[in-house]
Design a protein around this ligand. Structure first.
Ligand code: MG
Length: 298
C-alpha cells in the first residue's frame, strides 16, 4: 500500500493583532496536510509567521515536489523524513507538516499517543505560557485579564522602546510570573543587562533573545552576569546549531516550524540536555486559537 499526501491552505485569524519588536499581524497563514495509508489518516499543519520566511506558495510548491508514493511503510520515519529533508534546503514549516502528519499516522496505527511511545509522563508536563504581544496600555491589560486565571505564567514581548511602561501596565493587573522575549530588540549588552536587572525586580523569570542573534560574545557576557536563564530563539534553528551556543545561552527555544518537526525536536532536546542546556518548546497551531503558546521544559 502506497502513502497518499493531500493538503490545502488555511488562514488562522487571531483574536487580537499580534505585535513584536519587528512586525505586527492579525492572521497566520497555514497549510493543513493529510497522509493516508491503508485507510488510516494522519494530520499535520504548517503555520507560517512572517519571520520564518515561508508562505502558502513556498509550502505548497515544496509539497508538490515531495513524492510519498515511493514509500509503502510509514513506520520507516527516519528514511522517509531524511528523503523529505533532502528534497530542498529550507522549507522547514512544510517539512514539519509532513513530520507531524507521519507521527500522527504512526500513533494511530499503533493506537498510542507519542508521549507514551517516547516513554514520557504527561502528568509532569510543564506549564504553558500565554504570549502577550506589544500593545497599548489598555489593550495589554485587557489581554492579561482575559487569560490570567487560565495560565500560571505569561510571556511578554518587549524590545519596542516602551518596555518599562509595558511591564508596569501588566503588573497593575497581574502578579503572575513573566517570561520576556526581546526578539533581538535591545540595543546593546549594557542596555540589555540594565533592563534584565530591572525586569528581575518585577518578577520576570526568564529572558529570550535579548540582542541580535550573531552577537555571540555580547550574549555570553549578558548570560554570565544575570541569574535569570537566557534562551536562544533567533540564534538557533536546527540540531546542528546547538553546540556553538553552549556557554553563551542557558537554553534554547525549539519550534517545530523552524526545526522540521517532532523527530528533529526530540534530537534537539537530547543534544541540549547533553550539553547541560535547558529547553523550551514552542507550538503554533490553529488549536491555540488566538495567540502563541509555548511550554517551558527546563
Ligand atoms: Mg522568541
Amino acid at each position: 500500500m502506497k502513502m497518499e499526501l493531500t493538503y490545502y491552505p488555511y488562514e488562522l485569524k487571531l483574536r487580537h493583532a499580534f505585535t513584536v519588536s519587528s512586525y505586527s499581524r492579525a492572521t497566520t497563514p497555514g497549510v493543513q496536510l493529510k497522509i493516508k495509508w491503508e485507510n488510516v489518516e494522519g494530520y499535520g499543519e504548517a503555520a507560517m509567521p512572517p519571520y520564518l520566511g515561508e508562505t502558502v506558495e513556498s509550502v505548497t510548491s515544496f509539497l508538490s515536489r515531495v513524492n510519498l508514493n515511493q514509500f509503502n511503510d510509514p513506520f520507516k520515519l527516519e528514511e522517509i523524513l531524511a528523503y523529505v529533508d533532502a528534497v530542498e534546503t529550507g522549507n522547514t514549516a512544510a517539512k514539519a507538516a509532513i513530520d507531524i502528519a507521519l507521527h500522527d499516522l504512526v500513533g494511530k496505527l499503533l493506537h498510542a499517543p507519542w508521549y507514551k511511545l517516547w516513554g514520557l509522563d504527561k502528568e509532569t508536563t510543564p506549564f504553558t505560557t500565554y504570549t502577550i504581544g506589544i500593545d497599548t496600555r489598555e489593550k495589554l491589560q485587557e489581554k492579561v485579564l482575559e487569560v490570567a486565571d487560565r495560565f500560571r505564567i505569561l510571556k511578554v514581548k518587549l524590545g519596542s522602546g516602551r518596555d518599562k511602561e509595558i511591564v508596569k501596565a501588566i503588573r497593575e493587573v497581574s502578579d503572575l510570573p513573566l517570561a520576556v522575549d526581546a526578539n533581538q530588540g535591545w540595543k546593546d549588552k549594557y542596555e540589555a543587562l540594565d533592563m534584565i536587572n530591572w525586569l528581575q525586580e518585577q518578577g520576570v523569570v526568564m529572558i529570550e533573545q535579548p540582542i541580535p542573534k550573531e552577537q555571540w560574545e555580547d550574549i555570553g557576557w549578558i548570560t554570565s552576569r544575570t541569574s535569570l536563564p537566557v534562551y536562544a530563539d533567533e540564534s538557533v534553528q536546527r540540531v546542528k546549531d546547538i553546540a556553538k551556543l553552549q556557554g553563551i545561552f542557558t537554553g534554547i527555544n525549539i519550534k517545530l516550524m523552524k526545526c522540521t518537526g517532532m523527530r528533529e525536536a526530540m534530537k534537539m532536546i537530547t543534544v541540549a540536555r547533553t550539553l547541560g542546556m535547558q529547553v523550551m518548546l514552542y507550538l503554533i497551531s490553529k488549536l491555540t486559537q488566538s495567540n502563541l503558546n509555548f511550554i517551558i521544559w527546563n
